[in-house]
Design a protein. Structure first.
Length: 57
């Protein structure tokens, strides 16, 4: 996994978690869902990069 892509994935996961927590704190379902979606995007990016790494070996 390239360092840049790994950082992007981790950033998306962290930002999503923060949005989800904020949404729960204020009772905003839309913000909570948006945070979950962003976390899932980061998870998908990370999985894609790990698959690329496996293919290189």
């Amino acid at each position: 996994m390239t360092a840049n892509e790994k950082a992007k994935a981790k950033t998306e996961q962290t930002a999503g978690a923060a949005q989800e927590a904020a949404g729960r704190a204020v009772g905003n379902e839309r913000l909570t869902a948006k945070g979950r979606a962003q976390q899932m995007k980061g998870d998908a990016r990370q999985a894609k990069e790990k698959t690329k790494d496996i293919g290189k070996h």
